[in-house]
Each structure stands twice: as C-alpha cells, then as structure tokens.
Design a protein around this ligand. Structure first.
Ligand code: THU
Length: 161
C-alpha cells in the first residue's frame, strides 16, 4: 500500500543581518571578509563562509575557481574541510554564508549547493550535534536553519554503508 508522507522543515527569516544575535552578526562579518578573498575570475560570483567552533575559533573559506571549472571548490566546503583538517576534534556550532556578484545584485539569501549540504551533513553526523546555518546575499534577508538536515531531508549517510 502506498502511503504519502509529508516532510516538514522550519526556517527562520530575518529581514537583515542587523536583526541577528550579536555573535552571529560577527560571524557573518567574518563571512564577508572571507568573501572578499574569493578567487572567482570565471563566475564573478564570490561566496564567503565562516564557521565557529566550540572553542570559539573561527574558520573561514571562500570559493576557489579553476580554469578547469570542476576543479574549483565552493566556499562552504573550503571552510568545513579547513576546519576538519585543522581542528579535527572541535565541534562546529554554526556556519554563516554570504555571496556577492560583480554582474548583478544578490538580494536573496544564497543557500549552500547540494554538494556542500552533503559535506556539511557528514560533519553534523560525525559530531552528533546539529550545525546552525545562516545564509544571506550581499544584503537583505538572512535565513537560519537550526540543523543542516533541515535542508537535506533523506540524506545519505554512513549508516547505509
Ligand atoms: N558557489 C559556492 O561557493 N557555494 C555555493 O553554495 C554555490 C556556488 C560558488 C561556486 C562557483 O565558484 C560560483 O559560486 C558559481 O557557481
């Protein structure tokens, strides 16, 4: 028998960065600094990510493109792999993400791509604690989810292996 199931998710939408708690505003400011260091000569779309660890350290990443396009990497994975490589035993509390384009205004929140969600999901499972995600554009609304799995239902993970 077929049954239909509904998957619910909750997002919080803030009108602007200034409505965020102070510590998250500061994390988002780190994401802006990271964004300024993006290497995006091909897309002209610059993304910055900043994560805060349980010991208070902040790890930043930006997208790094390549003339061989698929060899580039998104900001979120650059940041989370840097955290995994440099602080392997520190839990990640939150990630802030921001994007800007040299070609057009980015006024909508820029959500992490599917591959980055999968990568972040791995660390959420590894640390057995949810990771808060905050994402925005260059200005305007900010979306907050309290866990990566809220934006990746039915995730594939190592329990299937
Ligand atoms: N990009 C990110 O850094 N994060 C995302 O979640 C979406 C896309 C980058 C990859 C590429 O350098 C540029 O944005 C355009 O896709």
């Amino acid at each position: 028998m077929m049954i239909e199931k509904h998957i619910n998710t909750t997002i919080q939408v803030f009108d602007s960065i200034s409505e965020l708690p102070d510590d998250i505003q500061s994390l988002m400011q780190n994401a802006v600094e990271a964004r300024d260091r993006a290497y995006a000569p091909y897309s002209k779309f610059k993304v910055g990510a900043a994560l805060v660890l349980e010991n208070g350290s902040i790890v930043k990443g930006s997208n790094q493109e390549n003339a061989s396009y698929p060899s580039g990497l998104c900001a979120e994975r650059t940041a989370i792999y840097a955290a995994g490589a440099n602080y392997p035993n520190q839990k990640i509390k939150a990630i802030a993400i921001t994007a800007t384009s040299e070609k057009h205004d980015v006024l909508e929140p820029i959500a992490p791509c599917g591959a980055c969600r999968q990568a972040i999901a791995e660390y959420e499972q590894k640390q057995d604690q949810p990771i808060h995600i905050y994402f925005t554009g260059t200005s305007g609304k900010v979306i907050h989810v309290k866990a990566l799995l809220d934006i990746l239902p039915l995730a594939f993970d190592n329990k299937f292996l």
